[in-house]
Structure formats: C-alpha cells, structure tokens
Write a protein that binds this ligand. Structure first.
Ligand code: SER
Length: 310
C-alpha cells in the first residue's frame, strides 16, 4: 500500500510548503507528515527532522508507519556554491539516510526531485534528451546526479520504488526559494509588483527552462501515481513548461508595469546558469506518466502577478 502515510522532508521550503497542502487535499490531512529542520508551530502535524541524523529519520519513519516519502530537503545551486560541504551533507548523506531507512522500514515509494543542475557545459544547449552528456560543475549538480544514480541503484539492488524528475527553475509566490540560480525570475516579478526596479544577477540573454509551481505539484503527484509497467525511466525524467530569458520576463512585466526597469549585473551565478541548457526534451514524461503542464510563460506571469497583488 502506498500513500497511507506520507512523509514530506523539506516541508518548509519552496516546494514543500505548497506540496503539503496539495497532498493533504488529495489524500487527507491525517495522512501527511510535514517535516523540516526548521520547526513550524503553526501546523500541529509538523515534525522537526534533520535528514542527516539517521537515528531520527529511522524513528520518524517507524513511529508514523511511513510508506511514501517525498524527499525535498536539499541545498540549491547558489547556496551550494557558498557552502559545498553543507550541500554534500544534506543532498547526499540526507538522501542516503532516507534510502537506507526506507529499505529497513519497507517504505514503498521515495520521490526525490533532481534538477537541470545535473547538466554541465558539455551538455547540448537545446531540447536536451534524458540520456546525454551530464558533467555538472556545481556541488548541487553533482549531488543531484548522484541522487538519480542512487535511486536507480536502490531500485535494482533492493527493489525500492525510487522515482525522480529533473525540475527546471520553479516559479512560485508562497515561499521564496532557498538560494537557487533561477530565483531571479521570482525576485523580478515581486519587485515589479511592488512598483520597484530590479537588479538582475544573470545576463539578460540567459535562457533557462522554467515551470510554475502548480504544474510542479501536478508532476510530483503524477509521477508518484504512475503505473510501474509504463515506466522505462525512474529517477531522471526531464520536465519543463517553457524557456525564457530575463529580458523576455522584463518585457512581459512591462506590459503590466510600463515603467518597470531592470539593470543587469551578473554575479557568480552567471557561470552556473551558463552551464545549464536552455530547453529540455520532456517527451518521456509525456509518454510514461502523461506530463501535461498547464501554465506557459504568459499564463505563469499573469497568475504570479494576480496572486502577489492580493
Ligand atoms: N532552481 C534550481 C536552482 O536554481 C535548479 O534546480 O538551483
């Protein structure tokens, strides 16, 4: 049985803070246990959990009889370059703890997001397939690539139903992302709505794949529920809804805020962005679990603005 008791790690983060209410609506509030290293007193279900502490992970999985895990606890690309050791510990040791505890406690399904960060400067730039040259140059990318391989390994070796997908830049308004390279998109929209100008840390022509959060949540659920017999891939599905540059976003925002201004001052994150592709081939996700994004570039911007204005 899956989805009887669902543990979400990193529940206070950009994805987690939206996935918890989403899963609670689908499966029922009592079936979802949100956890994070930072506590959240506003939610009585909330569990304070450090994924790098194996004993605590074991205890949590046992105590709540967890059968499904959405393992979201991770350090993102830009923060990972500021603190590579922390990125390694959380993204690798944390995942290892989750996988080992899952085997021990017979957890049925572990979903771990991967990222466009697994690609590197040698990867082709456009319409990148799942199987390609993947030589990441950030600690984040290296850990996420290893996460994909670990998931496949635990499936082949121990029969664990490990699944994952490579998220592009995720755009959302509820919880700010924790130090990613694609965060400029959210910051730019927020500043435009506030009536301010924005200084962008990427070059104006930096084209990256993106997705709006409602589509990301839908992806996680579809992948979790996907019929095993249809899956030819497990941990490395490419997903993306659209691609854009900072300049395109600036121009789109100017349709709403004609006097909005952006200056471009690339910092260390430019090098990270330059190592990632501009677009992905998501056809395997379409054919294996009916990936179907609803928000394109214009719809995402429009919805973000409407919600931020509220
Ligand atoms: N949004 C992530 C980052 O920029 C990419 O997975 O780090």
């Amino acid at each position: 049985m899956t989805f009887e008791k669902i543990l979400v790690t990193g529940a206070g983060g950009q994805i987690g803070s939206e996935l918890v209410p989403f899963l609670s609506d689908v499966f029922g509030r009592d079936r979802v246990i949100p956890s994070d290293i930072r506590s959240n007193s506003a939610d009585s279900r909330f569990l304070k959990l450090d994924v790098t502490d194996r004993a605590s992970v074991d205890l949590a999985i046992d105590k709540y009889k967890i059968d499904t895990i959405f393992h979201l606890a991770a350090v993102l690309s830009a923060n990972g370059e500021k603190n590579p050791e922390l990125a390694y510990k959380v993204n690798i040791s944390g995942l290892y703890d989750i996988l080992e505890s899952s085997i021990k406690s017979r957890v049925k399904l572990v979903i771990t997001p991967s990222s466009i960060g697994i690609f590197g400067p040698d990867t082709p730039k456009e319409n990148v397939p799942i199987e390609t040259i993947a030589r990441p140059v950030t600690m984040y990318g290296i850990t996420k690539l290893m996460a994909e391989h670990l998931g496949n390994y635990y499936h082949a070796r121990f029969g664990l139903n490990a699944r994952g997908l490579r998220f592009p830049g995720l755009i959302s308004y509820k919880t700010p992302p924790g130090g990613g390279t694609t965060d400029y998109s959210i910051e730019m929209i927020m500043e435009a709505v506030k009536g301010k100008s924005y200084q962008c840390f990427l070059r104006e022509d930096t084209r990256l794949p993106m997705m709006y959060m409602p589509d990301a949540l839908d992806c996680l659920l579809r992948l979790a529920e996907a019929d095993e017999t249809r899956l030819k891939h497990r941990t490395d599905f490419n997903v993306s809804s659209f691609s854009m540059t900072p300049k395109q976003l600036e121009m789109e925002l100017r349709n709403y805020y004609p006097s909005f201004e952006v200056t471009y001052r690339p910092d260390f994150r430019q090098k990270i962005a330059d190592s990632w592709p501009g677009s992905l081939d998501a056809s395997a996700a379409v054919s294996e679990w009916d990936f179907h994004p609803n928000y394109d570039f214009k719809a995402t911007t429009k919805d973000m603005i409407a919600n931020l204005k509220r």
